[in-house]
Design a protein around this ligand. Structure first.
Ligand code: PAF
Length: 294
């Protein structure tokens, strides 16, 4: 496994790999790797000849300076995790390598970037879309892998890839969960023991939402989200609920008529536990909750 720091060096390598007919899989990360990332890396090494992971804490997607400073960084640990997960190249640029002097360009996926997460983290998805486009231009992968936990991010990236005719397939992999349902996340390390056990309420609330929708008694998504809200508050009164959304998973429009909706329903939420902000979601079809943890 090789570590590459300069965008131009990686561009030379991937150009050669493409010419020799290799299928390139790419997993963009900000490091602090966990089992969720490992599953993306293993999916890539299963489906592709070469797997490239990037480790880059992207400053322009953080809305708060303190969040950026506090973001967990341990490259040595990430290196060993990548090695075990069959990664061939790690792209590990500095901020200067990515945003040299006088960097001026932004990519914004309008509307999708401003709702839900975007309301609480203005500018976040413009930072994500901009860095992902740069990374895709540097790596030129045939396939890029993202986790379903960041559902809105997946939607924004897929829309950017379609709208800008990018030649990369986006594969979204299932959320990896702890045994009590908590989604694996780099932010979980900030939870103390009590907050960690309280955070299990998120998946229970999502299950409740899923069951209410599937039960067919509620047609209006506001009624379902209100039940989920009261459930979380009854279990963890200190939880700070930022949003609970019941939408389609393409344009993230609220579903008004649940009983007559045909596509996949995305139930998503963001909740703060003593300042630690967690997001999670489930997807459901008429048949049930997809990848349900029992
Ligand atoms: O999901 C992440 O870790 C980041 O948002 C990404 C996609 C690597 C862009 O910085």
């Amino acid at each position: 496994m090789k570590v590459i720091k300069k965008p131009s060096s990686l561009q030379e390598i991937t150009e050669f790999l493409r010419l020799t007919g290799k299928r390139i899989g790419f997993v963009p990360t900000m490091g602090a790797l966990h089992e969720g990332h490992v599953s993306l890396l293993l999916n890539s090494s299963d489906l592709c000849d070469i797997t490239i992971a990037s480790v880059f804490v992207n400053p322009i997607q953080f809305t708060e300076e303190t969040d950026l400073e506090k973001y967990p960084r341990d490259f040595k640990r990430d290196y060993f995790i990548c090695q075990k997960a069959n990664v061939d190249y790690i792209f590990y640029p500095s901020v200067d390598d990515m945003y040299g002097e006088n960097y001026l360009t932004e990519v914004k996926v309008k509307e999708l970037s401003d709702k839900y997460e975007g309301e609480f983290r203005p500018g976040h998805f413009t930072g994500v879309a901009s860095v992902v486009l740069k990374l895709l231009n540097i790596v030129k992968p045939h396939v890029a892998f993202f986790g379903q936990k960041d559902a809105q991010q997946c939607t924004v990236i897929k829309k950017m890839v379609t709208d800008l005719n990018l030649d990369t397939e986006i594969i979204v992999c299932d959320t990896v969960r702890e045994s009590d349902g908590l989604a694996k996340s780099s932010r979980n390390v900030f939870l103390d023991e009590t907050e960690r056990s309280n955070a299990a309420v998120l998946y229970k609330a999502l299950e409740l939402g899923g069951d209410l929708i599937l039960g067919g008694k509620y047609n209006n998504s506001q009624d379902v989200s209100s039940q989920m809200y009261h459930f979380i508050k009854s279990q963890v009164p200190s939880a700070e609920i930022q949003y609970i959304a019941i939408t389609d998973n393409k344009l993230l429009d609220e579903i008004k008529d649940l009983n007559n909706f045909e596509g996949k329903v995305l139930v998503s939420l963001a909740v703060k536990f003593n300042g630690v902000r967690l997001i999670d979601n489930i997807l459901l079809t008429k048949k049930g909750i997809l990848n349900h943890v029992t």
